[in-house]
Structure formats: C-alpha cells, structure tokens
Design a protein around this ligand. Structure first.
Ligand code: ATP
Length: 350
C-alpha cells in the first residue's frame, strides 16, 4: 500500500444530489468534498442509505432519474496527458470518450449484467471495439485473452457463456472488462458482496495485486470498515449524505475521531485477534427528508452536547491539526473553538 502519489486524479467539490423535487426531495448528498489521488485506494464506508452509491454515480454522471445533481464539481485530472475537466460540465462526446478510458465502474451485482446469449469473449471484444475501433479482430481477441488471464481465468474460457461460469468467475470477468482500457480510476461498488467470503477475499487480493501492477486508483465502496482498514490507503466515512471523517486507514484504525466511525469500527468483528462483543450503533440514520438541525448524528451520539443539536459541524482538520495532517473530521468534539479538548474523544482514543 501507500504507492499513491499526491497528485489528485479526481476532485469532488461541494457535490449535492437530491432525489425528487421541492419539499419532498430526498437530500441524498449534501456538499460532499473528496479527493482521490493517483494510484490510491480510497475506501468509502457507511451504513446502508448514507449515499455511497449516489456519490459514485453522481461523480461519474451515471446517476439515474429521479436523481438530480443540484451543485458542485467533479474535476478529473489525467496523470498521462494534460487533460483536466469538470465531469459535471463535460459534453456527451467528452463523457463518452472518458468513460471506461479514464474511469471504469464495477457496479453492485455487476456479474448479473453479462449478456446470457453471448460468449464471454465476444462481450469483452465488443467492449474493446467500442473504444479501439482501429484494432484488428485478432488484436482484440488477444487482449481479451490477456485480460481474462490477468484476473485469474484461463484464456480458453473466452468461449464460455456466462451461465457456464461461477458467480466469482463472472465477477472477475466484469473486473477484466473494467480494466480493458487501462483506466486511471476504478470504482468498485460492493463488488463482491454477493459471493461467498473465500471467493470475495481471493478476488479482492487479486484486485489489489493488479492495482500495484497497473497503478490505477480505486474507490472501494463497502459497509465493511474492517475490510477497508486492511486494503485501503485512506477511508472516507459517510453519514446522511455527508463525509464525516476522512483519514488514512492507519489513523482510522488507531483512533477513530468521529463517534460514528468509532461505532462502525465496532459493528464488525475484527479479522484477527480474540472474539469480542460488538458494540454497534444504537438507533438508525435520520430521515433525509427531515434532517435534524445541527449534527445529523447527534440523536444517536452518546457524546452529543447542546451545540451539537443546533450547529452543523464542518469537515475540517481536527484540533490536533498538524499532528494528523491527512485527517478531516466533522464533529464539534474536535473543534478547538467549541470544546475543551481534554474531555473529548481525542483523549479517549489517543
Ligand atoms: N431512485 C431513488 N429514488 C429515491 N431515493 C433514492 C433513490 N436511490 C437512492 N435513494 C435514497 O438516497 C439515499 C442514499 O442511497 P444510496 O443508495 O446512495 O446509499 P448507499 O450508502 O449506497 O446504500 P447501500 O449501501 O444500501 O447501497 C437513501 O436514503 C436512498 O433511500
């Protein structure tokens, strides 16, 4: 890990998304700021419904109706040439050219999106042909063969139909397809949740090997923070449509700063070490149509004090500032101007 540079490849700024209009709109994303660096593995975590998929779809302009991007920008900066543009303002031609070439997504349940009536080889070569029209059929087949082997499937499986492959193999085919054009960013939305744990682990390990070999950046979306602690360089935690903590995986593991992150970490069994009772987080996420004033997590937070119920915390450096320069957190407990530090979580976890 930590093979990434400091060069931003995707800068999401103040991104907001509603589902629906007017007073009935669901505020699914509220001013999200997030930067993905070249070659980095960025984990996106949070309970169901906090906006992880919405963020991935909005940032790639694949958000289906009634989703509506109401503000923000998503700037892609190529690490291979001098292209730099805002995806939200790109025209169709630019978007089509950029999709798969610059950014590829493996969706939730992607393995079921293979066409059952075509052989795997045809589906891979068709995907390549759409972007590499000048390549010969033989070159495309050779590339499809190479891609299958890259994800651990024997090349002669090009002749198989999807139903002749296991779920794990079909998901590997989808990963091969995502890598076909050597994108700079691969977004994985719960890529392996439908598979059994052993297969999940094999696929993820392989993906991480490929990432080291090929150097693409990964956004990995999952409920499972323990998994992210293992494989991500950095983790962003979402709650009610906002990023509430953004830190390196090591920092997050050693000392989660936001009480929600702390709860999430204790909602999953540790992968190693002795068994322990899971704490979890009491209550459930707020209704996105009727968000509480102040911090959206306050009603569930055992550390909440009066100002948490009136003031919205801003995602910013913690009071420890320079000691953890890569961390940002949205919690008044960590705001030097608001709280006396000695009583805060900071001390509890440091
Ligand atoms: N098509 C839609 N119409 C209305 N609301 C939607 C739609 N899709 C998502 N939402 C709402 O937007 C919010 C964010 O959903 P999203 O799927 O992005 O969350 P998520 O964190 O990815 O959840 P999961 O882990 O379950 O996939 C949720 O409250 C959800 O109910």
């Amino acid at each position: 890990m930590n093979v990434h540079s400091n060069q931003p490849v995707l800068e999401i700024r103040n991104l907001s998304v509603d589902y629906g209009y007017d007073d009935t709109a669901i505020r699914a994303l509220r001013g999200v700021d997030l930067t993905l660096h070249a070659g980095e593995v960025l984990g996106l975590a949070g309970e169901s419904g906090c906006g992880k998929s919405t963020l991935a779809y909005a940032a790639t302009r694949l958000l289906p109706p009634p989703g509506l991007i109401t503000g923000g920008e998503v700037v892609f900066t190529s690490t291979r040439d001098d292209r730099r543009f805002d995806l939200l303002r790109a025209d169709d031609r630019l978007l089509r050219a950029s999709r798969w070439e610059d950014t590829a997504i493996v969706f939730q349940g992607a393995m079921n999106s293979l066409n059952p009536v075509y052989r795997i080889g045809r589906q891979l070569t068709d995907a390549i042909a759409a972007h590499r029209p000048r390549q010969s059929a033989a070159e495309r087949t050779a590339r499809a063969h190479e891609l299958l082997e890259l994800v651990g499937i024997p090349g002669d499986r090009l002749r198989s139909y999807p139903h002749q492959l296991s779920g794990g193999m079909r998901q590997r085919v989808m990963i091969a397809m995502a890598l076909a054009l050597e994108p700079q960013i691969v977004i994985m939305d719960e890529p392996t949740t439908a598979l059994d744990v052993v297969v999940q682990r094999q696929i993820i390990q392989q993906l991480m090997r490929l990432r080291t070999e090929l150097g693409f950046a990964v956004v990995f979306i999952t409920h499972d923070v323990s998994l992210l602690i293992e494989l991500a360089d950095r983790i962003a935690v979402m709650y009610a449509g906002q990023i509430i903590e953004d830190a390196t995986a090591v920092e997050m593991y050693r000392a989660p700063r936001h009480p929600y992150t702390d709860g999430l970490l204790h909602s999953f069994p540790p992968l190693h070490g002795p068994r322990q009772e899971l704490g979890g987080i009491p209550g459930s996420p707020p209704d996105l149509m009727a968000l509480p004033s102040g911090c959206a997590f306050a009603p569930r937070c055992r550390f909440a004090f009066d100002r948490c119920r009136t003031d919205q915390p801003v995602l910013t450096k913690t009071a420890l500032g320079d000691e953890e320069p890569h961390r940002r957190v949205a919690c008044l407990q960590h705001d030097r101007d608001v709280t006396a530090i000695p009583d805060s979580l900071m001390v509890r976890h440091s």
